[in-house]
Design a protein around this ligand. Sequence first.
Ligand code: NAD
Length: 439
Amino acid sequence: MTIETPKSVRELSLFEDARKRLDKALKYVSMSEDALRRLKYPKASLSVSIPVRMDNGSLKIFQGYRVRYDDTRGPGKGGVRYHPNVSIDEVQSLAFWMTFKCALLNLPFGGAKGGITLNPKELSRQELERLSRGYIDAIADFIGPNVDILAPDVYTNATIMGWMMDQYSIIKRQVSPAVVTGKPLMMGGSQGRNSATAMGAFYAINTILHKFEQIPRQTTVAIQGFGNVGAILAELLAQVGYKVVAVSDSQGGLYAQQGLDIPSIRQYKHENRGMKAVYCKDTVCDIVEHKIISNKELLALDVDILIPAALENQITAANAPDIKAKYIFEVANGPITSAADEILEGQGIRVFPDILINAGGVTVSYFEWVQNRSGLYWTEAEVNQRLEQKMVEETEQTWCIAQNTGTSMRTAAYIHALNRLGEALDAKGTRDYYVNNQW
Ligand code: NAD
């Protein structure tokens, strides 16, 4: 069954690439043509301009977006990204991935995403607050606790989520914590949300590596992106014995064959905003022997596990032949292009997809939304126990589908999500149902 791609999205390259993954899974899914046709189009896209009074008195206009891709299984759910490369193409692709991620984890949400095109490092805190509140002013009628729920993404954090929730509450004249997740704890945030994506990835990675009898102490790891997710995941892996030999951020990376002391690097980065391979004791940090490497070199290291945890399109057809890792766990959204996927598969490298590996964040966002709506708050241990249960269950189910269909884990994850989405879409009626007109 083939459905022509709608003209309005034909030129959207990242989106087109994202959709290719879907086409592979369709062979194994019995969903109606109607449901498939629906999934080719985003449900609604909003593009807004946000005027912000800058500290020097000038007025600057920023471009912002919110896309709700599908809400058949529940309100839209997705983060807000602040980055110079944010475009409608990127936001739409991220909303598409969220749709499948939420279905894969069996969360009662559809997929959405938002973003503003800017370099947040160039704005003062006051300017960032005015911009964040201005974004909510512009999209307030498009979101809501039962419509579309926001969360943090690249270069947005709990403080920004707090401003957004506060602004929405001012506009609606009622305290509305459930419109945004990833808020500060004191504003209705959930215990464990900050570490949730890393924690979820950690549970999924352990579940999968156990099947390959890969022993943590004998496993080397390289992580691209030492931000909220990458740094916490590096620490979780190191704690149970994995040897994290390389990490990087947008400025470049560090490599030490004997393994890096991750807590010390986190402490140093927090205090100095830069990265050094250090060993810190109290307030004193000593630099240890290490190599400075570029992000390109990090990706090509001869390690057991490679974890892209920065941005999309990091492994393409151009550098895929250089990859030597045995396993790649996608923590970033869309770090591998579909062309690179084919090359990696040909090299025998096993890739574990973003919509499964990084789904811990949206899962605990769901827990936060549930807590906000019920008014009953859980302990961190309760949150992590429920997160582990969900991540292990869906990882195991995806693994079984991959084994039974002989497909990659990526295709299996899409099959699993498509089955749930197809069922929900078809429950509203299919062509067969209406044509046959029989009870
Ligand atoms: P973050 O902003 O905290 O960290 C991003 C990190 O990547 C930073 O260390 C930055 O310096 C680094 N980086 C940027 N460009 C780079 C480059 N070219 N090479 C190497 N490093 C680079 O963001 P985050 O919240 O950690 O998110 C990272 C990825 O995980 C994103 O793709 C995001 O969509 C995805 N993700 C995040 C969450 C979440 O809960 N935060 C949930 C699901 C998926």
